[in-house]
Design a protein around this ligand. Sequence first.
Ligand SMILES: Nc1ncnc2c1ncn2[C@@H]1O[C@H](COP(=O)(O)OP(=O)(O)O)[C@@H](O)[C@H]1O
Ligand SMILES: [Mg+2]
Length: 276
Amino acid sequence: MLDIRDLTLSITGEAGHIDILRDVSLSVARGEALGLVGESGSGKSMTLRCLLRIEPPGSTVGGVITLDGADVLALGGEPLRRMRASSVAMIAQNPHAVLNPVAPIRRYLQEGMRDAQGLSVTAARVRAAELLERVGLDDVDRVLNSYPHELSGGMLQRVVIAGAIAGQPKLLLADEPTTALDVTTQAEVMAILDDCRRELGMALLFVTHDLDLAGAVCDRIAVMKDGEIVETGVPDQLRDNPAHAYTRQLMDSRPAGITGTPDAAVPGETPDEKEQ
Ligand SMILES: Nc1ncnc2c1ncn2[C@@H]1O[C@H](COP(=O)(O)OP(=O)(O)O)[C@@H](O)[C@H]1O
Ligand SMILES: [Mg+2]
């Protein structure tokens, strides 16, 4: 489904030339969930940005990304737009960043579906209501007519998930989709996401700093540090027998409530800090 080989990303800007990603290789099979786990600044979001071709200005990208048979780094214009509209869907950390604050929720869902699937206004409205029910929202007519500020973060993230699964993409990208939510809501939203993607047979590339959370919903996990993948394995193996010291550090830094061990900071610098 997705194959990333030796992906490199460097950015040239006021701070000089910074290597952000170094030879990142990972793959996601059809219907598989892969966790991309690492501390903040390790390059997880940049990997997703390369995949969607939305890397920052001044970027140079190398390597090969193959998505559903397409050579992503060679795509441009209409083929790239089609790939973004049909093969993948992204669920970001902050739903407010994707929802228009001055438009009701129905506009977000219906316009997305009318663009991508050519549905009539009525058909899009019916489908939007179905999708909101699918992601566990009640009183869907009220939700459809609400503005983003009238709904909780958990409800908004469900709306974004509904929008993401609407076009039945083959691959869902989720970048820390529950980090901004309270703990109970996090679990609910993660369960909905997991449930929807299994039911619909979608692959998932799940970015998180939380190894336990990734272990709970992913078939395999790739551990990232300073722009490199240091280890890839199944959750049990990473937990019980990590090959890389950094994976062990990530586990030891988990909150005491989960692991019974005290918090330990994960040492390490982000690539741009090294530059300074
Ligand atoms: N627009 C940018 N220009 C230059 N460097 C950036 C930019 N955005 C992020 N970075 C740097 O790229 C590195 C990886 O960032 P990111 O992929 O966002 O990390 P993560 O998602 O793992 O927290 C970090 O060192 C970050 O400071
Ligand atoms: Mg990030």
